[in-house]
Design a protein around this ligand. Structure first.
Ligand code: FES
Length: 111
């Protein structure tokens, strides 16, 4: 399995997100202490902009999520679905944590 290194776990401040450009695609990486690291597409399909990494993270009824800075829609960090608008979702990227680094499976970038 070939892996693509994203960053050191310490590069993502707790309770917030950073954007990463991976193989030409913008991802939003989040660090929620106690829950772990999450990766979504940075693209907000409702606001139509690459902004999710700048959103506020928290939870809604126990679901860890990010609120888009544009229209404040919430996207689940677990499965990417929009919690206000049925049928809207963003892609979730499974992360691998190894040696304090975050990685993605290279094959997933080709899908
Ligand atoms: S994310 Fe662009 S102004 Fe906030």
């Amino acid at each position: 399995m070939s892996l693509v290194r994203l960053c050191h776990v310490g590069d993502i401040p707790e309770h917030s997100g950073v954007a990463a450009l991976v193989a030409g695609r913008q991802l939003a990486l989040f660090n929620l202490p106690g829950l772990g690291f999450f990766a979504l597409d940075n693209w907000d399909p409702i606001g139509r902009a690459q902004v999710l990494a700048r959103g506020i993270v928290g939870d809604l009824k126990g679901e860890p999520c990010v609120a888009s800075p544009l229209y404040k829609h919430h996207y689940s960090l677990k499965d990417g679905r929009c919690l206000e608008q049925e049928g809207v979702r963003v892609r979730v990227w499974p992360l691998i944590t190894q040696q304090d680094q975050l990685w993605l499976e290279a094959a997933s970038l080709k899908e």
